[in-house]
Design a protein around this ligand. Structure first.
Ligand code: 13P
Length: 257
């Protein structure tokens, strides 16, 4: 069975004090309300990784980086390597968020290298895929997601795939307040799982966590998390407000199985 996950992606938000307050609030909540069914993870900006890891030590919270280089260490100004993330105590890394793809021009070939580099260093990647509104309107969304999955994952052995978490984040739903409907999200998650089975097999595909991302909030999380192929959420805006993040943890623990 796939890991169930409630993940907060803070993007380029929150200073050290605000980040610490959010992590402490999550820790206090999890101490008072222990979770059995979900993992809770947060992705702070790079300058807070060490602080977040320290605050999360011996708690139920794990730390995820928002990005990393495809290269080993060396002359790559401005980059952070997989071994540096491991050195900082980080356990997971987001790879191929649509903002990295669209704004920073990260392409399929680079993302494939990053995925392999992450696994080489024992980091769990959260590999993001998602279509634009134009692609959905043109009926090209399934083909697009299949191409992204194939480009990123086809060279992994079946026993490696469950170490990779997939996040389906339709670009038209990110930060827009417009969410994929439960049916649209479930349909795509089932499609992704089916495609993973063609790369490996059905048993392996069942073990891969597939998260939904795109305007997840307490008001819509129950419906989304209740879908059979949705294993949790990668949440932006609603994860940087203490109240809504704690509410999403509660909903995740109640609903995700
Ligand atoms: P929002 O929840 O703000 O739409 O962001 C989703 C996202 O991009 C998470 O990675």
């Amino acid at each position: 069975m796939a890991r169930k996950i409630v993940a907060g992606n803070w993007k380029m938000n929150l200073n050290l004090a605000e980040g610490a307050a959010l992590v402490k609030a999550a820790n206090d909540y999890l101490n008072a309300n222990p979770v059995k069914h979900i993992d809770v993870i947060v992705a702070p900006p790079a300058h807070q990784l060490v602080q977040t890891v320290k605050l999360a030590t011996n708690t139920k919270l794990s730390t995820v980086a928002q990005n990393m280089a495809a290269h080993e260490n060396g002359a790559y100004t401005g980059e952070i390597s997989a071994s540096m993330l491991v050195d900082a105590g980080v356990e997971l890394v987001i790879v191929g968020h649509s903002e990295r793809r669209e704004i920073f021009g990260e392409d399929d070939a680079l993302l494939e290298q990053k995925l392999h580099k992450a696994l080489e260093h024992g980091l769990y990647p959260i590999f993001c895929v998602g279509e634009t509104l134009e692609q959905r309107k043109a009926g090209e969304h399934f083909k697009h997601i299949e191409n992204q999955l194939q480009a990123g994952l086809s060279k992994f052995a079946a026993d490696q795939l469950p170490q990779i978490i997939i996040a389906y984040e339709p670009i038209w739903a990110i930060g827009t307040g417009e969410t994929a409907s439960n049916e649209q999200a479930q349909e795509m998650h089932a499609f992704i799982r089916k495609h993973l089975a063609t790369i490996s097999n059905a048993a392996v595909a069942d073990e891969v966590s597939i998260l939904y991302g795109g305007s997840v909030k307490p008001a819509n999380a129950r419906g989304l998390f209740g879908q059979p192929d949705i294993d949790g959420g990668l949440i932006g805006g609603a994860s940087i407000q203490i109240d809504s993040f704690l509410e999403l943890i509660k909903i995740g623990e109640d609903i995700l199985r």
